[in-house]
Design a protein around this ligand. Structure first.
Ligand code: GLN
Length: 492
């Protein structure tokens, strides 16, 4: 079979179950594609061919023995932020260039238990700080839709592998949009779950009160399969919730668009810098949902202006604390020939971290320092509460809230946005993390340069099933999620 990479996750599970192809054939097919295509896309930091083939053989043996799970033998790529035992985990940083974790992240372990085959680890912005994947120590990943554009970030590698058909689905993480924005830039479906739905154990920390792992794939259905693996309480992560997990696949038709009340925040559609094509595509998708029976309700989210400053105090503050562990002593990069201990700390950190990470450590340390703590950090926490209340009030009258995932389509590589310009691009995604809510990106068309546009739907707490279901209904009625980048078509 030459077109195994065209199959959806459901088709892959059926093909494996009916012995139309083996996991070994499927895995070899993907490895071959990676060898052929990834030199152009540069999405993988590490390809784990040998382990993948061994896992595939083990999966095939399980199938033959009749003890396979649904997903046994299906390949996956993991964002290089999830610790993988015996395989390098870099978080896109020189600091961890040689870090081999002694244990698996819970998400990775659950993947293994479900029978998934790990193809490798994929590129990301350094320590997940960024929106382009350009801040990676390993260089920029390319957007499969236009190789001179970024795939978004920080889960840019996860988006690029799926959009270029170099993995059928991938894990991502979202601290302020890092699943939704790259999904939007690469024409994919990506779900940021409710804070606490997916274990953060073994997921390298950026901002612990905001970080959340989730699935990135072509469709809501494909995401649902991966959510069934990822979601659930974990005793090793005290912030993961002891709450029953839905069967996201079984519930794909559980919510009807008919009668669904979709909130349209007035403030969101008047944001300066919202691209006209993005606005038009998002509005068209909402019109389609309206035709399918949804009601559009104009709502107010009055805290919109506070999103960027609040997030860019809280996230760097937590980052500065989380990243203090990289001191050149215990693990990670260590500078050559330090003069004394202070020199070791200073040089290891300034040589091991890139510019954006250093910028955030400086901002965060400043915001947390005595004398400024109340004025910045405590104040930001209070505003964070107001942002959350704003959403909860909106959910009294609507079921979901619609927004673009990003104000623009993918930037050009090397566009060299100033930090503030870059941060403003996060306006539609970061409030969701501040409030801990779930949200999903769905592809809804293209701009004049044929770059994908994404619609974001934000749900109330624990409404992952509903979000997946609404997008699934939309995807049954439209075909944007089936469109493929030329590179995925050509190199079949
Ligand atoms: N772009 C945002 C940032 O740089 C979000 C990143 C993320 O979600 N990890 O912080």
């Amino acid at each position: 079979m030459t077109d195994l990479h065209r199959l959806s996750i459901r088709e892959l599970t059926e093909g494996l179950a009916n012995a139309k192809f083996s996991s070994r054939e499927l895995t070899e097919h993907y490895l071959k594609r990676i060898e052929k295509v990834d030199a152009q896309v540069k999405s993988y930091v590490t390809v784990t061919a040998e382990q993948a083939l061994a896992q595939a053989d083990a999966a095939d043996a399980l199938r033959r023995a009749g003890s396979a799970n649904v997903l046994t033998g299906v390949p996956i790529a993991h964002k290089d932020i999830f610790c993988t035992q015996g395989i390098k985990t870099t978080a896109g940083s020189k600091m961890l260039d040689n870090f081999i974790s002694p244990y698996d992240a819970t998400v990775v372990a659950k993947g293994k238990a479900a029978g998934l085959v790990t193809l490798g680890k994929v590129n990301m912005d350094e320590f997940a700080m960024g929106s382009t994947s350009e801040s990676s120590y390993f260089g920029a990943t390319k957007n499969p839709w236009a190789l001179d554009h970024v795939p978004g970030g920080s889960s840019g590698g996860s988006a690029a592998v799926v959009a270029a058909d170099l993995a059928p689905f991938a894990t991502g993480t979202d601290t302020g949009g890092s699943i939704r924005q790259p999904a939007s830039f690469c024409g994919l479906t990506g779900l940021k779950p409710t804070y606490g739905r997916v274990s953060r154990f073994g997921m390298i920390a950026y901002a612990s009160s905001l970080d959340q792992g989730g699935p990135m794939a072509r469709s809501a259905e494909d995401c649902a399969y991966l959510m069934n693996v990822m979601a659930g309480h974990d005793a090793k992560d005290s912030t993961s919730m002891e709450k029953e997990v839905d069967d996201y696949v079984a519930n794909l038709n559980g919510t009807s668009v008919k009668g669904l009340r979709i909130g349209i925040p007035k403030q969101y559609f008047n944001v300066e810098g919202l691209d006209a094509d993005v606005k038009a595509r998002v509005e068209e998708s909402l019109k389609k949902l309206e035709e399918m029976g949804a009601t559009l309700v104009e709502i107010d989210l009055n805290m919109t202006e506070a999103y960027v400053p609040t997030y860019y105090l809280i996230a760097p503050a937590e980052a500065s604390s989380n990243l203090s562990r990289y001191d050149g002593v215990r693990y990670g990069y260590r500078c050559e020939e330090p003069k004394d201990l202070l020199d070791l700390y200073k040089r290891s950190r300034s040589e091991g971290f890139g510019a954006e990470v250093q910028r955030r450590i400086l901002i965060g340390t400043y915001a947390l320092s005595a004398g400024y703590y109340d004025a910045y950090y405590v104040k930001a926490q209070k505003v964070r509460r107001l942002i959350q209340q704003d959403f909860l009030k909106a959910f009294e009258s609507v079921d979901v809230i619609a927004a673009p995932s990003a104000p623009t389509t993918a930037y050009r590589i090397g566009a060299n946005l100033s930090p503030v310009e870059m941060y403003l691009g996060d306006i539609y995604t970061i409030a969701v993390n501040l409030a801990g809510l779930p949200a999903i990106n769905a592809p809804v068309g293209f701009d004049k340069d044929n770059l994908p546009v994404g619609l974001q739907l934000i749900g109330n707490y624990w409404s992952e099933s509903q979000l997946l279901s609404v997008v699934h209904q939309y995807q049954q009625a439209t075909d944007w999620h089936t469109k493929r980048a030329a590179i995925a078509e050509e190199n079949a």
